[in-house]
Design a protein around this ligand. Structure first.
Ligand SMILES: *Cc1c(COP(=O)(O)O)cnc(C)c1O
Length: 413
């Protein structure tokens, strides 16, 4: 597949209408010029089979009922929509939090993990492989595989295995095998490559459970379908509890799964501004941040044509963020399209701004959010200064207990 030319003349209105009508991804797995499949021939058949199977199951009433039963009885959905009165007063806005931190295993990732684990079982897989960076998707996958009764192997870079020891224990306790990857950069990128290699060796018996809205088609689409429950619930809850839709919905963007899940059901609501917040890290220089949409250029990473952080030679660069879950040089192709047509605004907040917002959320709301989530909070705080009195919805993607060691280390240094 050759990347389509970009910059690309996109008619924003027509493209948005097509997105709302469900015409993206198109039959080539494209979101306008983005997305598609840049994989070795051996994976094309497996991805085709996965796409056919997923299309059939996700539109099948019996599969959906099974998924919804797991969401209700095991994940704990619907998650609450909570008015944050004190933090809202501090920032001068009407603030609402969609509490994905209260979902089982502590973040939105479980929605995708249990959905794909069910899909794996329906498609006849004998085992599941997954990749993980900080370990959150690995934990969600291990839990989901235990729940549906499938063995699970999680690939994790050696450096991450060392710095995320509690999550490694958690995965093993949940019955998963954790494989430490010692090739290349020994972090998330190498883990994804190893998981893909495993899948290629047995594409029929193995299911690859990808953790964000990235990768080759059909993954960005599957993940969006499974995570959209966040936005559907939040939209209904806003109407029921606030009596109106928000003026803006704000979410943090790593690979982009919690953000696409929150935003997608609001795309037709023209009065709702959608804002994705990326990791601005320590500063503007290449390697100092993980702001892929804001600073990236089009290119291919992990089987998909999207925006990515690269140097002048097109080499993917190292990223930095205080938050491990946002520390990735790529982003899902649907976000690249939403940025190109201006339907979602993307902004950055720094490590320090995120931590300050995290502290506010702790002290004014009694909620310790994840460091990833703290970026969405700081982004909402920016917005509050521009639009005092606005009604803001924040995707509270996860809880921050996992980040206590990282927070303590910063305070000490
Ligand atoms: C993994 C993670 C993220 C980032 O991933 P997305 O796919 O961009 O949602 C955000 N928040 C939390 C709590 C996470 O665990």
């Amino acid at each position: 597949m050759k990347p389509l030319a970009f910059p690309h003349q996109l008619d924003s209105e027509k493209t948005l209408a097509a997105l709302i009508a469900g015409q993206y991804p198109d039959e080539h797995g494209r979101y306008g010029p983005f997305g598609g499949r840049y994989v070795p021939e051996t994976l094309v058949t497996a991805l085709d089979r996965l796409e056919r199977g997923a299309r059939q199951r996700l539109s099948d009433a019996r599969f959906r009922a099974e998924f919804e039963a797991q969401l209700a009885g095991w994940v704990g959905r619907p998650t609450p929509l909570a008015r944050a009165a004190r933090l809202g007063e501090l920032w001068g806005v009407e603030l609402w939090l969609k509490r994905e931190d209260l979902a089982h295993t502590g973040a939105h990732k479980i929605n995708n993990a249990i959905g794909q684990a069910l899909l794996a079982r329906h498609l006849g897989a004998r085992r599941v492989v997954a990749e993980t960076g900080a370990g959150q998707h690995g934990v969600a996958s291990a839990a989901a595989c235990a729940r549906v009764g499938l063995p699970c192997t999680v690939y994790m870079g050696q450096i991450d295995v060392e710095r995320q020891a509690p999550n490694v224990d958690r995965m093993r306790r949940l019955g998963a095998e954790v494989v430490s990857v010692t090739t290349a950069d020994r972090t998330l990128r190498s883990a994804i490559n190893e998981a893909l290699r495993d899948w290629v060796s047995d594409p029929a018996g193995t299911y690859y459970l990808l953790g964000s809205a990235v990768g080759p088609h059909p993954y960005p689409w599957i993940v969006r379908e499974l995570q959209s429950v966040i936005g559907r619930e939040a939209r209904e809850q806003m109407i029921a509890q606030a009596g109106a839709l928000p003026d803006a919905a704000v979410a943090c963007v790593g690979g982009g799964s919690n953000a696409i899940g929150l935003f997608h059901p609001f795309l037709a609501d023209r009065g709702v501004a959608l804002i994705g917040i990326e990791a601005g890290g320590r500063g503007q220089g290449l390697g100092q941040h993980a702001a892929t949409v804001v600073n990236g250029r089009p290119g291919v990473l992990h089987g998909s044509y999207s925006l990515l952080l690269q140097d002048d030679d097109g080499q993917v660069v190292e990223t930095h963020s205080v938050s491990a879950g946002l520390d990735y040089p790529g982003v899902g192709p649907e976000h690249a399209l939403l940025h190109a047509i201006g339907s979602v605004g993307y902004e950055t907040v720094s490590d320090d701004e995120a931590i300050a917002a995290l502290d506010d959320c702790c002290r004014y709301e009694g909620i310790l959010p994840a460091l990833e989530t703290a970026h969405a909070l700081a982004g909402a705080q920016h917005l509050a200064r521009l639009r005092p009195g606005a009604r803001l919805l924040i995707g509270l993607s996860g809880r921050g207990d996992k980040d206590l060691p990282a927070l303590a280390a910063r305070t000490a240094s």
